[in-house]
Design a protein around this ligand. Structure first.
Ligand SMILES: Cc1ncc(COP(=O)(O)O)c(C=O)c1O
Length: 364
């Protein structure tokens, strides 16, 4: 595993310092797996990348990343995009028309965290289904409007796997197949927001192409648990990618010598997939430590996130921060801790220790 980066805080002002002593306290940042720093080996790969103009399709490193992603996901073609948000929006845009309906799980990233993009960029409405981000074929069938002359036509379905707001839970493959069967019956475009698809792959042992097979379009992020600074990849048929390519250009995602960034993505796919198991083990250990301290945990962590309940949202967050420990609340009273490349097993023990001190002060 790579060395854990240590960010020293002001030596004179650390709340973790016993009175009269001087101690270097490392920041432990569990807000998100997007916070990772590129490793020295990744930076080296970026510096050495062969590049060209990718708008001309002439960047050899971008092309290699796209070919690798398509092969891993069992799709004909792939397209590199700057972000997961653009990946989702460009994957939907060519397949819907203004006024159409996109079905998605409750708490879906496309609805909560993409700044209204489905409505603003494609003119579509989002209707949410199910619980905790999951739904099934029957719910899709029930949501499809019977008469397009009167109702907004349902045109697409988006599945999020793993599901962020439900705490990194894995959407079971048999339910995905059930959703896919319903989508096929109604001719709906089926998209996978696989920002953390590789976490699902490592957690279940089910390969990426099996997860991708039911879908028309699949995005995965290189900049989450995989640790690249930038980028996502869309995988689909050659014809779908041709249409998505235009959407990417329209959205301003045509990049030029993007190989310096794609090299980080290739490095991540080669070196940072299997190590996600460490993040999952760290999440399980953190959940165990929090439970021992009396916190209610929302289900055993399936991947790299721990959702837990606190009584005093603002007070607890402030107490964490004063101990150089960063964790975000998702909702009032509900915190999400995310493990990643820059958090070691020792950091997790340290984090549990710091939280234990907070609890002793009566804050929880
Ligand atoms: C499930 C999910 N989808 C999409 C995205 C969007 O990725 P980006 O931040 O690269 O736009 C995120 C980001 O956190 C996410 O969690």
């Amino acid at each position: 595993m790579p060395a854990t980066p240590r960010v020293p805080r002001d030596l004179a002002e650390s709340a973790c310092r016993a009175p009269g002593t001087l101690r270097l306290v490392a920041v432990i940042d569990l807000r998100s797996d997007t916070l990772t720093q590129p490793t020295p080996a990744m930076r080296d790969a970026m510096a050495r990348a062969e590049v060209g103009d990718d708008v001309y399709g002439e960047d050899p490193t971008v092309n290699r990343l796209q070919e690798t992603a398509a092969r891993l996901l069992g799709k004909e073609a792939a397209l590199y995009v700057p972000s997961g948000t653009m990946g989702n929006q460009a994957s939907l845009h060519p397949f819907v028309r203004p006024g159409d309906v996109l079905l998605a799980g409750k708490g879906a990233h496309v609805l909560w965290y993409e700044s209204g993009a489905p409505a603003a960029l494609s003119g579509i409405q989002v209707e949410t289904l199910g619980h905790g981000g999951f739904f099934d074929g029957a719910e899709v069938r029930a949501a499809v409007r019977p008469d397009e002359s009167h109702y907004a036509p349902t045109r697409a379905v988006a599945v999020e796997n793993t599901h962020n707001r439900s705490g990194g839970r894995v959407f079971p493959l048999d339910r995905i197949k059930d959703v896919a069967a319903a989508a096929r019956e109604h001719g709906l475009h089926l998209h996978l927001d696989g920002a953390r698809l590789w976490n699902a792959v490592v957690a279940t042992g089910t390969p990426a192409d099996a997860w991708a097979a039911p879908f028309d379009t699949v995005t995965f992020c290189l900049s989450k648990g995989l640790g690249a600074p930038v980028g996502s990849v869309i995988c689909a048929t050659r014809e779908a990618i041709r249409r998505i390519h235009r959407a990417r250009k329209m959205l301003g995602g045509g990049m030029r010598q993007a190989g310096v960034l794609a090299a980080a993505g290739l490095h991540a796919l080669e070196h940072h997939v299997e190590r996600l198991a460490h993040d999952h083990a760290n999440a399980r250990r953190l959940a165990e430590g929090l439970a021992e301290l009396g916190f209610a945990i929302e289900g055993a962590p399936e991947t790299n996130m721990v959702m837990f309940r606190v009584e005093d949202t603002a007070g607890f967050r402030e107490a964490l921060r004063s101990r150089d420990l960063y964790v975000n609340p998702m909702d009032p009273g509900r915190f999400r801790a995310v493990t990643h490349l820059d958090v070691s097993a020792d950091d997790i023990e340290d984090a549990i220790d710091r939280i234990g001190r907070i609890v002793k002060e009566g804050i929880r």
